[in-house]
Design a protein around this ligand. Structure first.
Ligand code: SER
Length: 887
C-alpha cells in the first residue's frame, strides 16, 4: 500500500515524465492580491497567465501539489468540516496544467492513464461527468469532452452535470469554463448491487465522491455576468489529495488515512477519549450520539490544526481583521469542539504540533523550521480564547438566572447572538449549555440577528469594479527600478465604486510607479500630458502589474503622458525599505539566526518591522542593533541588485527568502554589503541615503513576535531636535543646572520627603479635627450627622471618616467635602445600621451628589468617595448627601 508521501511523489513523477515541470506550492496565504485572502485552488498562482497578462514562457506544462484553504468567499467548506469524512479546510490539491498546449483530449487521456494504469483504480468504480450546457449562458453540452471519455468508459459511466457542478468559476468574475469531474464509488459489492454508483454521483453519498476536477478554462466572466473567450485555452486540474490517498489505502474516511491518523492518535492519547468507537455503549444504543460528537470533534481538531499551523507558517497570524480573523475563527472552532466534546478545559491544540511536524515537515519544511513559533502562537490564542469562553459562560449563567427569576424557559435570540458575536459562542454551544440547565434557545431570533449583521457587513464592504475598458492591447513594462519619470500611454482602465466613492484604476504601458507590495507603500505622483495633469493618489499591485488609482480620467484617454513619481515620498520609502534590510541583518547578528521577518511596513516617514523572537529585546541589545545599522549607513554601502536571477543562484548568493512569500523561477536579489535578501522593492541607491537610524519602540505583537518601530533621516533629525528642546527647557526650569540628572534626583527626593511630612501633619490634623467634628455633630431623628468642608488630601479624608465611624459606630451619617490641588472630593460614611436598617447606600447616593461637583465615583453601601472638577459645588454636594439620606 502506498503511503501518502509516496502518492504525492508518484503524481508529480507521472506528469514530469509527460513533459511537465514540477513546481512548488504557492503559499496558502495570499499577500498583495485584494481579491483573494487564501489560495483556494491550484490555479490561483497562475491567474495572470490564464488571464493573458503574463507570458507562461517555456514551461507551458506544469505539475504541483498546492496547499489550499477553503474557508471564505465563493468556495467555503468550513461548516461541513468534521461532520463528514471528506471535506477539509486545508487540503492539498494535485494539479497538472497546460497553458495553450494540450487541451480536453490530452487532459482526459492523462487522467485516465494515471488513475487506471499507474494507480490501478478499478475502472468499474469510476464515473465521469460532463457539462450538460446552459440555455441562459448560451452554451451547449460539452460533447467534445464526452467523446474523449467515451474512449475509456462505457456510456453509462458518463453523466451530464449542471452549471453548479460542471462549470468551474474562480469567483464572481474571472477565468472559468466547463469541467469534467471524476467520481469514485468505494462502496462494498453488496451496496453496489443494491443501487448503481451512477445514481449516487453528486448526491452527497460519503462513499461515492468526486476526486478530480478537470477544468477546460476557455472563458472570462465579466462583471455584467457575460462570458468572453480567453485568449488561450488552459487545462486546470485539481485532484483532492486526501481523497485519493483514502481510495488507494482502501479507507472509508479521509481521516483513516496516514495523513490524519497520527494526529488523531495523539488526540486520543491526550484526551483519553476514543475515536471511531462505533459500538454503542448501551443495549438500546445509548451513548451513540455522544460518541459521534467525540468523533466529529476529533476530526475538527485534526483538520483545523493543519489549517492554522500552515497559515502561521506562511506568515498569517491570528488577528482581528481580514485573513487573520479567518484563522482566528478556525482556531476557535477547534477550541470550542475540544472544550465541549473532548473535555479540554485548558490549552491543548498546541500539543499536537509535534506530530504534525513529524508527519508533514519533510514535504513542507516551512512548518518544521517554525515549529516553536507556531506552537507559541497557537497556545497563546488558545489561552486567550479559553478566558473569553469562561466570561461568556458566566454571562450565560447570568442570563439563565434572569430566566429563572422570571419563570421563563427560553433564552432570547438577541442574547444568544451577543454570545456568538462577542464571545465566539456558536448557537450549538449555547444550546448545549442551556439544555443542560433545562432551557431552550430562540433559534429563529438568533438567525434574524445573524442575518441583520451579515447585511450590515455586506453594505460596508461592497467594492464594485467595472470591466476593464481596453484602450490598447499589450503588457505593462515596469521601469521603476531605474526611473522616476517615463513616457507612457494608457492600456486599459476601469471604474471602481466603494462606499459611494468612485475612482478609476489605470494600467499604463510603461510605468515607473511601484504598486504596494511587500510592506512598501505604493507610489504617488502625477500623469502629465500636454494639456492636463492628473493626480495619481496611490498605486496598487494586482496580477503582477501596477494599478494606478486616480480620481478622474484624463479628458483625452489616448494622449501621450509622462508618468511622474513624487520623488520626495519615493526617496523616503526607499530609504526606509533599505533600513529594514539593515535592521533585519543587525537583528540576526545581535539576537541570533532564529530571527525571521514576520511583517513589515514602510512609507515615506516611518518603518515598522515584525520578527520572531521569544523575549523582549533588552535596551542594550537595541542599542547594539542601532549601532550596527548606523555603522552600515556610514559605510555608504552601494545597492548591489541582481534582477532576474535564477532562484538556485540567488540561494547560493546567500540571499534570505521569506516563508510564505511567493517566488518565481527568477528572483531579484538586493544586497547592501553583508545584507542580502530576495526582494522586489524599491531601495536607496546606497545606505548613506538613510542618513541616520533610531529605534523608537520595541513591543510584542503576538506570542513570539516582536515589533520594532524606527525613524530614519529627516525624521531622526526632527526627533533629535525635539529631545534637545525638551532638555533645554528642563535646564532653564532648573536654573541651567549642569548635571540635569543629579538636580532632578534632588528635586524628586525633596518632593518625597515633603509628601511624607504632609502626611504626618495631616494625620495629626485628622486626630484634632475628629474631636472637633464629634463635638459639633448635629442630631436629626436620633442620627448623628457630621458634615464639613476641609482642606484634606484624599487619603486623609478617608482616614477621617473611618476614624469617625470607630468613634460613633451606630446612627452615623458623615459627609466630608475636601479640596486638594484645587480639586473637590466628596467622602461619605454610614454606620452599618444605617445601611442595614435604613437602606442607605453611600455608593448610590454619592453618584447623584457628585453631579454637583461635575464628578463621578462610587463605592460600597457604607463608604464611598467621588472626585470632581467643580470646586464651587462642594458645599452644595455635601448638603445634597444629607438631603438624599432623607433622615
Ligand atoms: N480549479 C479547479 C478546482 O479548484 C480545478 O483545479 O476544482
Amino acid at each position: 500500500m502506498m503511503t501518502a508521501n509516496e502518492v504525492r511523489e508518484s503524481y508529480k513523477k507521472f506528469f514530469e515524465a509527460k513533459g511537465h515541470k514540477i513546481v512548488a506550492s504557492a503559499p496558502m496565504v495570499i499577500k498583495d492580491d485584494p481579491t483573494l485572502m487564501f489560495t483556494n485552488a491550484g490555479m490561483n498562482q497562475w491567474k495572470d497567465i490564464i488571464l493573458g497578462t503574463k507570458d507562461p514562457g517555456m514551461d507551458v506544462r506544469r505539475v504541483d501539489s498546492q496547499k489550499c484553504l477553503r474557508v471564505s468567499g465563493k468556495h467555503n467548506d468550513l461548516e461541513e468540516v468534521g461532520h463528514d469524512t471528506y471535506h477539509h479546510t486545508m487540503f492539498e490539491m494535485l494539479g497538472n496544467w497546460s497553458f495553450g498546449d494540450y487541451f480536453k483530449e490530452g487532459a482526459i487521456d492523462y487522467a485516465w492513464e494515471y488513475l487506471v494504469d499507474v494507480l490501478h483504480l478499478n475502472p468499474e468504480d469510476l464515473y465521469v461527468t460532463v457539462f450538460e450546457g446552459s440555455k441562459e449562458e448560451g452554451l451547449s453540452r460539452d460533447d467534445e469532452a464526452a467523446s474523449y471519455w467515451a474512449k475509456h468508459v462505457p456510456a453509462d459511466h458518463i453523466i451530464n452535470g449542471n452549471k453548479h457542478d460542471n462549470f468551474w468559476e474562480m469567483g464572481d468574475t474571472g477565468p472559468c469554463g466547463p469541467c469534467s469531474e471524476i467520481h469514485v464509488d468505494s462502496r462494498t459489492p453488496e451496496e453496489k448491487a443494491k443501487i448503481s454508483g451512477r445514481d449516487l454521483v453528486n448526491h452527497d453519498d460519503p462513499q461515492v465522491i468526486e476526486i478530480w476536477n478537470i477544468v477546460f478554462m476557455q472563458y472570462n466572466r465579466k462583471s455584467d455576468g457575460s462570458l468572453e473567450s480567453l485568449p488561450m485555452h488552459v487545462i486546470d486540474t485539481g485532484m483532492g489529495f486526501e481523497r485519493l490517498v483514502r481510495m488507494l489505502q482502501g479507507k472509508h474516511s479521509n481521516y483513516d488515512t496516514d495523513i490524519f491518523q497520527p494526529i488523531i492518535k495523539e488526540i486520543q492519547n491526550l484526551s483519553g477519549k476514543k475515536y471511531g468507537f462505533t459500538t454503542p455503549t448501551g443495549e438500546n444504543g445509548e451513548g451513540k450520539d455522544e460518541q459521534e460528537k467525540i468523533d466529529i470533534a476529533m476530526r475538527v481538531v485534526a483538520d483545523h490544526l493543519r489549517a492554522v499551523a500552515f497559515s502561521i507558517a506562511d506568515g498569517q497570524l491570528p488577528s482581528n481583521a481580514k485573513a487573520g480573523y479567518v484563522i482566528r475563527r478556525i482556531l476557535r472552532r477547534a477550541v470550542r469542539y475540544s472544550y465541549t466534546f473532548l473535555d479540554q478545559k485548558s490549552a491543548f491544540l498546541y500539543k499536537l504540533l509535534a506530530v504534525l511536524v513529524q508527519e508533514m515537515g519533510h514535504a513542507f519544511p516551512e512548518i518544521a523550521a517554525q515549529q516553536e513559533l507556531i506552537t507559541r502562537v497557537i497556545k497563546e490564542e488558545e489561552d486567550s480564547f479559553l478566558r473569553t469562553l469562561e466570561k461568556g459562560i458566566n454571562l450565560l449563567n447570568g442570563d439563565m438566572d434572569e430566566l429563572k427569576a422570571h419563570g421563563q424557559k427560553e433564552l432570547d435570540g438577541t442574547s444568544a447572538f451577543r454570545l456568538f458575536d462577542t464571545y465566539g459562542f456558536p448557537l450549538d454551544l449555547t444550546e448545549l449549555i442551556c439544555r443542560e440547565n433545562g432551557y431552550t434557545v430562540d433559534e429563529k431570533g438568533f438567525n434574524e440577528e445573524m442575518a441583520k449583521q451579515k447585511a450590515r457587513a455586506r453594505n460596508a464592504a461592497v467594492v464594485e469594479s467595472g470591466d476593464w475598458e481596453i484602450i490598447k492591447d499589450g503588457e505593462q513594462n515596469f521601469v521603476g527600478y531605474d526611473y522616476t519619470e517615463y513616457e507612457c500611454s494608457i492600456l486599459r482602465y476601469r471604474k471602481v465604486t466603494q462606499k459611494k466613492n468612485t475612482f478609476y484604476e489605470l494600467v499604463l504601458d510603461n510605468t515607473p510607479f511601484y504598486g504596494e507590495m511587500g510592506g512598501q507603500v505604493g507610489d504617488q505622483g502625477s500623469l502629465v500630458s500636454e494639456n492636463e495633469t492628473i493626480e495619481i493618489i496611490d498605486t496598487k499591485r494586482e496580477n503582477n502589474q501596477s494599478i494606478h488609482i486616480v480620481k478622474q480620467l484624463p479628458k483625452d484617454i489616448n494622449a501621450d503622458f509622462m508618468a511622474c513619481v513624487d520623488i520626495d515620498k519615493r526617496d523616503g520609502s526607499a530609504a526606509n525599505h533599505t533600513a529594514t534590510h539593515l535592521l533585519d541583518y543587525a537583528l540576526k547578528q545581535v539576537l541570533g539566526d532564529h530571527i525571521e521577518q514576520k511583517g513589515s511596513y514602510v512609507d515615506a516617514t516611518t518603518l515598522r518591522f515584525d520578527f520572531s523572537h521569544f523575549q523582549k529585546v533588552t535596551d542594550e541589545e537595541l542599542r547594539k542593533v542601532e549601532m550596527l545599522v548606523n555603522s552600515m549607513i556610514r559605510q555608504d554601502l552601494p545597492l548591489d541588485e541582481h534582477r532576474e536571477t535564477p532562484i538556485e543562484e540567488a540561494k547560493e548568493l546567500g540571499a534570505i527568502a521569506l516563508f510564505g512569500e511567493k517566488y518565481g523561477d527568477k528572483v531579484r536579489v538586493v544586497r547592501f554589503g553583508p545584507s542580502c535578501e530576495f526582494c522586489g522593492g524599491i531601495h536607496a541607491q546606497s545606505t548613506g541615503r538613510i542618513g541616520f537610524f533610531k529605534i523608537i519602540s520595541e513591543s510584542s505583537v503576538a506570542a513570539g513576535i516582536r515589533r520594532i518601530e524606527a525613524l530614519t533621516g529627516k525624521a531622526c533629525e526632527d526627533s533629535i531636535y525635539a529631545i534637545q528642546d525638551t532638555i533645554t527647557s528642563l535646564k532653564s526650569m532648573l536654573n541651567n543646572s549642569k548635571d540635569l540628572t543629579a538636580t532632578l534626583k534632588k528635586f524628586i527626593d525633596e518632593h518625597d520627603e515633603m509628601r511624607k511630612e504632609i502626611e504626618k501633619f495631616q494625620a495629626q490634623a485628622v486626630e484634632r479635627i475628629k474631636g472637633e467634628l464629634i463635638n459639633k455633630a448635629k442630631e436629626v431623628n436620633g442620627v448623628k450627622v457630621i458634615n464639613a468642608v476641609l482642606p484634606l488630601e484624599p487619603s486623609a479624608a478617608k482616614d477621617l471618616v473611618f476614624k469617625l465611624r470607630e468613634a460613633i459606630p451606630e446612627n452615623l451619617v458623615a459627609v466630608i467635602g475636601s479640596t486638594s490641588n484645587d480639586k473637590p472630593l466628596l467622602t461619605v460614611m454610614f454606620s452599618d445600621d444605617m445601611v442595614n436598617d435604613h437602606a442607605l447606600n453611600a455608593g448610590k447616593i454619592i453618584r447623584e451628589a457628585a453631579k454637583l461637583i461635575q464628578g463621578g465615583g462610587g463605592g460600597q453601601p457604607h463608604y464611598a468617595q467621588a472626585g470632581g472638577k467643580n470646586l464651587d459645588g462642594i458645599n452644595a454636594a455635601v448638603d445634597k448627601v444629607i438631603e438624599l439620606a432623607n433622615l
